[in-house]
Write a protein that binds this ligand. Structure first.
Ligand SMILES: NC(=O)c1ccc[n+]([C@@H]2O[C@H](COP(=O)([O-])OP(=O)(O)OC[C@H]3O[C@@H](n4cnc5c(N)ncnc54)[C@H](OP(=O)(O)O)[C@@H]3O)[C@@H](O)[C@H]2O)c1
Length: 386
């Protein structure tokens, strides 16, 4: 048995009842509960991990709210969430050759690659029988982990921020860039204008764009997060100056600002992980031949757009999900050199994970939230604790 957090259909229903089905009043810390989990028997190609640190991920918020789907119900009544972790290998099955006890590794959440490598389901979310990593120990297949790049220059918390968000950002970038280049080759336009809205994935996406020599713009409501990106050469746009696009006039003023910042051109690539009012703002801010990519739907799932305008401006919308296994390895190579994540000021204790999730939900954190799971760190990881 190990201690692990769970989300049960009863707790989701009880909290919804408490707030009279008003999702804006849900306290997710009342839904995510510290529980016990019987770990799976170790198979020949399995690895047993001691979890060292995890990051809070937004799909756990979606699971607790049951706002997109009621995943706890679909999974038979309960899920054990958490699909991003840094762990120490403590035992390996007889056929495991890539890893040995004592190694520090990262998990990835591609739960079942399709024939081209893209995830059909996500580990600890919709993958049947999968249990997540918001726990003290875990048993995973050896294909589910990659070596942690301990000498990449990042500290342990920064490394823990990346296993889910960096591969997502990497995939979004290679799709957006590839699609734009089908339309406009590099010799016609070398430097692109790239914009992302607030959030950890978008921040990493912009770091990639910047590293590839493009003009990057971060449109966020958080002054701390804008400042952190500005220090990396990514230009800030204060989303709250445009009231998060609440009215038509706000959106018009935003588009005017974008035209001013880009010499009248607009954004060639937009990363929109939130949708809702941000989708329309991103669409309006697009340059001709622009590409809008998304792997998220934090505010709404559904979008509506003027298809004629999209055709006439040659705008492409693309929908992505998590990376392939090869893409995960490639994204991990960029830790420290390209990906330098912003971390929330508090590192949460394991027992405070529900509060970390509630503060994420309330959007009060100044960077990616990290939870320290292991009190005692192995030497290799302890050396990276700031
Ligand atoms: N498909 C995948 O593989 C995948 C992977 C990772 C994430 N996701 C999804 O993508 C979404 C974003 O994830 P993330 O990890 O980047 O998020 P995150 O780091 O938790 O950041 C969320 C951001 O949302 C913004 N926000 C919150 N409320 C808002 C509002 N009312 N209006 C406008 N902006 C608001 C905040 O930006 P400000 O700075 O503007 O306040 C905040 O920084 C989530 O829905 C998540 O589930 C999908």
């Amino acid at each position: 048995m190990t201690r692990a957090y769970s989300i049960s259909v009863e707790d989701v229903a009880a909290e919804r009842e408490r707030v009279d089905q008003d999702l804006s009043q849900v306290d997710v810390s009342r839904v995510i509960k510290l529980d016990e989990l019987e770990l799976a028997e170790m198979g020949a190609s399995d690895v047993r991990l001691r979890i060292l640190a995890v990051s809070a991920e937004h799909n756990v918020d979606h699971a607790a709210l049951a706002d997109t789907v009621n995943i706890a119900e679909l999974r038979g009544g309960k899920i054990y969430p958490g699909n991003s972790a840094v762990g120490e290998v403590i035992a390996v099955g007889s056929e495991v050759t890539r890893f040995k006890p004592g190694e520090i590794v990262l998990t990835h959440c591609n739960g079942a690659p399709d024939r081209f490598g893209f995830p059909k389901v996500i580990w600890a979310y919709d993958k049947p029988d999968s249990t997540g990593w918001y726990g003290e120990e875990a048993v995973v297949g050896d294909w589910q982990i990659v070596p942690a790049p301990l000498d990449c220059g990042l500290n342990l918390w920064e490394i823990a921020a990346l296993p889910l968000r960096a591969p997502t950002a990497y995939h979004l970038w290679r799709r957006a860039d590839g699609i734009f280049r089908v339309k406009v080759p590099e010799e016609r336009l070398g430097t692109l204008n790239v914009m992302g809205f607030g959030g950890g994935v978008s921040e990493l996406f912009l770091m990639l764009a910047k590293a590839r020599g493009h003009n990057a713009f971060f449109c966020s409501g958080s002054a701390e997060r804008r400042d952190a990106l500005e220090a990396q050469g990514i230009a800030p746009i204060d989303q709250k100056a445009f009231n998060r696009f609440a009215s038509r006039d706000d959106s018009k003023a935003f588009v005017k600002e974008v035209r001013g910042l880009t010499g009248g051109e607009g954004m060639h690539i937009v990363c929109d992980m939130l949708r809702g009012p941000l989708f329309n703002a991103g669409f309006a801010a697009c340059a001709r031949e622009g590409v809008i990519v998304s792997a998220g739907w934090q505010l709404t799932r559904d979008v509506e757009y003027n298809s004629a305008a999209a055709s006439i401006k040659q705008i492409t919308l693309d929908h992505t999900h998590y990376e392939t296994l090869e893409g995960v390895e490639a994204a991990t190579e960029l830790y420290g050199s390209v990906f330098k994540p912003t971390i929330h000021s508090e590192i949460y204790a394991f027992e405070d994970l529900p509060r970390a999730m509630a503060e994420m939900h309330a959007n009060t954190q100044t960077g990616i939230p990290i939870i320290r799971v292991a009190k005692e760190m192995p030497d290799a990881a302890a050396a990276l604790v700031p």
